[in-house]
Design a protein around this ligand. Structure first.
Ligand code: B12
Ligand code: SF4
Length: 499
């Protein structure tokens, strides 16, 4: 059996890092872990080829070759999905599609013949069996249980070219115990965190190491601390593994704000090599936190919690949202001041989006306020529901907020605030040749060519003199800022999108 796995192109979004990856001479931030995982569920003797459209072209000869095309996508990739499916039809190839885009909205793709909805672990044996037998496949294979991920195989790393990617991705857990109204993670992966075993994750890291990977690894969990006890067990094993293998890999992950309440957990993460953590901080407005049921962010000083994590040795990347029903016209100013004070340089500010099947989506539908399907990109200034705030005010306020946050002066100021709190106590990250090249490119692009060069050199010399150990980190953030600024400045007033 010949199988072509295709990962669609993603547009230039905040999280695509497209303008930053060029500094390190890579093509994309991360490989498609969902597809690599599904590939590992196919029989070893089958011939597999993976084409990630973010790093290479899908050629006609690729499409002539397979018996089936397996397509994995998220919402934001839907335009590319339609193009791929049309090309598959030209070559009369049957498509089997899975991943978040289809799990929450396969009905929008009548042109696709077969879907695998939900987590694939327990359904793939049936799909493989049907493919092998030559029977016509069912239109829909739907996961009825949340699988035990201790059975998930090691992703097929052999299918990608490592040199194209900045970061590798692995997964330890799925699911999150919280219940934020806008979140689709809990729709897809549930509220009871399921984890792999530490030995399983270490086998995945060893597999990466055998292929020569020495850089950052993103542990792509929905909430890495969803089950703190198991996370601690993993961290002890990771610390042991680091000592044994002398690995210089650094980690980043996603976690909820209650991480700041557990100094032991923070210390273990830092000792295990964690450098950054993405946290849903969302908003300084207590009313909005109540509204979206983000209870773990209530009754705390959020800026102080961020600083606790920074002092522990972690860089905090933050998600922020405007557009809650309780938001007033002062929300843009409040968010700006809040984010500046927190020293969160990588601040992903989004307009509230109703993702399919979320509690928010259901509520807005009941209230007759749902207007369109989501673009899947919460940072493109598009609204898919009737907001309580005036629509134009909300969208223009959002665009201005994002632009202002990434103005060189404000952005470099945030980095300085961060560096004041940050205590990088964990193992040092190895600097690669690509890092050195990135520094050199940044001197030219950010220090000579672009607006904000004064701020860049101020950060450069200020960090070298005051916090020399932070220097590589500061330059990395300056490079990321260039990407964020490009995305922020490309935000335009979206055309009105009716159902
Ligand atoms: C890693 C990650 C990324 C990486 C992408 C790397 C890549 N090339 O795939 C990066 C950081 C680049 C990224 C970016 C974005 N992301 Co993202 N990301 C994730 C994250 C945290 C993990 C994905 C993952 O690897 N999971 C592990 C694998 C094993 O799980 P899985 O993909 O779900 O796969 C399982 C099943 O879905 C299924 N399956 C998956 N594919 C296929 C294919 C076939 C054929 C079959 C049979 C089955 C199947 O089987 C797998 C095993 O059970 C998810 C959250 C999540 N829990 O999924 C968000 C998530 C996918 N991202 C999301 C979003 C919104 C974004 C951004 C738009 C954010 C932004 N505003 O910029 C950007 C857009 C992308 C871009 N421009 O690059 C949303 C998508 C919502 C949706 N319904 O589509 C998610 C769900 C998080 C969320 N709720 O906000 N993301
Ligand atoms: S904490 Fe994050 S993953 Fe968990 S429910 Fe809230 S938004 Fe979703």
């Amino acid at each position: 059996m010949k199988i072509l796995l295709v990962s669609p192109r993603t547009p230039d979004t905040f999280w695509s890092f497209k303008h930053a990856v060029r500094f390190v001479s890579r093509k994309a931030s991360m490989p498609p872990l969902g597809l690599l995982t599904v590939a590992a569920m196919l029989p070893l003797e089958w011939q597999l080829k993976l084409v990630d459209l973010n790093v290479e072209r899908l050629k006609d000869e690729d499409l002539r070759w397979p018996d089936y095309v397996l397509l994995g996508a998220m919402l934001v990739q839907k335009d590319s999905v339609r193009e791929i499916v049309a090309r598959c039809a030209t070559f009369q190839k049957r498509v089997i599609a899975g991943g978040p885009l289809f799990t929450t909205g396969y009905e929008a793709f009548p042109e696709i013949q077969h879907f695998v909805l939900g987590e694939a672990e327990e359904i793939m044996p049936q799909v493989v069996e049907d493919m092998r037998s030559g029977r016509l496949l069912q239109p829909i294979y739907r996961a009825t249980n949340r699988p035990d991920i201790t059975q998930t195989p090691v992703p097929r790393w052999d299918l990608i070219k490592f040199r194209y990617y900045v970061t590798m991705a692995v997964q330890f857990s799925r699911g999150c115990p919280f219940d934020c109204e806008f979140c689709d993670i809990i729709v897809m992966n549930g509220r009871v965190p399921r984890t792999k075993t530490p030995a399983q994750l270490i086998a995945e890291l060893d597999a990466l190491g055998r292929r020569g990977w020495k850089d950052m690894v993103f542990i792509v969990d929905d909430n890495f601390i969803g089950n703190k006890q198991r996370t601690k067990t993993l961290l002890h094993a990771l610390i042991e593994w680091r000592r044994r293998t002398r690995s210089r890999i650094g980690f980043l992950t996603e976690a909820s704000m209650n991480l700041a309440d557990d100094p032991e957990l923070c210390a273990l993460m830092v000792e295990a090599g964690f450098k950054k953590v993405f946290v849903g901080i969302e908003t300084p407005s207590v009313e909005a936190l109540d509204e979206c049921h983000k209870l773990q962010n209530r009754n705390r000083d959020l800026v102080a919690s961020v600083q606790t994590l920074q002092r522990a040795g972690l860089e905090v990347m933050g998600g922020f949202i405007v557009g809650f029903d309780s938001d007033k016209s002062d929300i843009f100013k409040r968010q700006f001041e809040f984010i500046q004070r927190s020293g969160v340089a990588t601040a992903m500010v989004g307009l509230l989006t109703a993702l399919p099947q979320t509690r928010l989506w259901q509520r807005l539908k009941r209230e007759g306020r749902l207007e369109a399907e989501s673009t899947g990109n919460n940072t493109d200034a598009a609204l898919n529901f009737k907001p309580r705030l005036n629509r134009d005010l909300l969208q223009s306020g959002y665009r201005e907020l994002v632009k202002k946050l990434y103005e060189p002066r404000n952005y470099y100021q945030r980095i300085r605030t961060f560096l004041k709190s940050h205590r990088p106590t964990g193992p040092r990250r190895r600097l690669s040749w690509a890092d050195s090249m990135a520094f050199l490119k940044s001197f030219w692009v950010l220090g000579v060519w672009h607006r904000g060069r004064v701020g860049y050199w101020r950060l450069f010399w200020g960090t070298l003199i005051r916090h020399p150990r932070h220097f590589p980190h500061a330059i990395e953030l300056a490079i990321l800022g260039y990407h964020f600024r490009r995305v922020a400045n490309s935000l335009r007033a979206p055309a009105s999108r009716k159902p």
